[in-house]
Design a protein around this ligand. Structure first.
Ligand SMILES: C[S@@+](CC[C@H](N)C(=O)[O-])C[C@H]1O[C@@H](n2cnc3c(N)ncnc32)[C@H](O)[C@@H]1O
Length: 307
């Protein structure tokens, strides 16, 4: 059976522009030590405003490593497993899986050719580590060919998330596991905010059309023969602390002494103009609007073994 054509993306700009560093959000993230080999938001073990100074001082790349490692822990990779890292970005999580588990083979798949090229350049060539171009909604893999599948902070991009879940279920062997880390609507009713000015800004910035709710993920998994066995809420460890850092940057940038502080501990923002800080402030307000409408979830699906 041939697959129907892939759904078009409704975003107004190419996906690559979401990550190319010209957008003010990605410039600020890069200046705070974000990336380049991991593209997730980062996991902050210490939560709440008291942790803010400490959270601001640690390079975001360390938080990103922690997020990838925590997500990989939920995969429960066994010796000899074949693992697929769906929408692998620049390959950081694939590399961590290969180095930190006894997986036999790890394949990172991403839609963007430039990400695959970067992943291949950035990581040493290891036996059993491959990066290939492909769409999460039409995976370039045989049926029942992998035992573990990770999709870390990427499915919000996919126009057809149910189709991605079906694809992940198709390539999983019976007894296999899929871990999805994604933003979800707190409630389906919040979809009504999609056309709000701030949400349109967020959707353009992050190249997303719509989100699923956790319940929609569960139902998509069930329809594809997967059972949701664990659902963990990381909102207070991921989106909230990052938003607090974002707003602290804006607060400091509005004050002459604050700019001096920023120059010291975040020197790469030194040349941000007033207009650029205004753009950061607008962006922080738009992201603040989104935070209560969404949750950041880890969802673990198992594919039943054949008896
Ligand atoms: C936020 S990044 C996360 C990358 C990686 N999982 C990580 O944690 O570092 C999202 C990734 O999804 C990829 N992507 C977006 N749409 C895709 C699709 N339909 N199929 C495969 N990859 C896609 C983007 O190119 C980008 O690399």
């Amino acid at each position: 059976m041939t697959n129907p054509p892939l759904p078009p993306s409704s975003a107004s700009q190419p996906l690559s522009l979401s990550y190319d560093g010209t957008h003010i959000v990605f410039r600020l993230l890069r200046c705070s030590g974000w990336g380049p080999e991991l593209m997730n938001f980062g996991y902050f073990p210490h939560r709440g405003l008291l942790a803010l100074p400490a959270n601001m001082l640690v390079l975001l790349s360390r938080r990103q490593f922690r997020l990838a490692s925590e997500a990989i822990g939920h995969l429960d990779v066994q010796a000899g497993d074949d693992v697929i890292d769906i929408a692998c970005g620049r390959g950081g999580a694939s590399y961590i899986i290969k180095c930190s588990t006894k997986a036999a083979r790890v394949t990172g798949v991403d839609l963007l050719a430039e990400n695959i090229r970067l992943a291949k350049n950035m990581f040493p060539r290891l036996d059993g580590l491959d990066f290939v171009e492909g769409d999460a909604q039409a995976l370039p893999m045989e049926d029942a060919s992998v035992s573990r599948a990770l999709c870390c902070e990427a499915a919000f991009h996919f126009p057809d998330k149910a189709r991605f879940v079906r694809e992940a279920a198709r390539v999983l062997k019976p007894g296999g596991r899929l871990v999805v880390v994604d933003f979800v609507w707190t409630s389906a009713a919040f979809r009504e905010h999609r056309e709000h000015e701030f949400m349109r800004y967020i959707r353009d910035t992050w190249h997303l059309d719509d989100l699923f709710t956790a319940e929609e993920y569960r139902a998509a998994g069930e329809a594809a023969g997967l059972r949701l066995v664990r659902e963990i809420d990381w909102t207070d460890n991921v989106t909230r602390p990052l938003q607090e850092i974002f707003e602290a940057n804006v607060w400091l940038a509005k004050r002459a002494w604050g700019r001096r502080v920023l120059r010291d501990f975040q020197p790469l923002t030194r040349n941000f103009s007033d207009a650029e800080w205004d753009a950061v402030a607008y962006s922080a307000r738009a992201h603040r609007f989104m935070v209560p409408l969404t949750r950041y979830k880890v969802m673990v699906f198992d594919k039943p073994a054949i008896r």
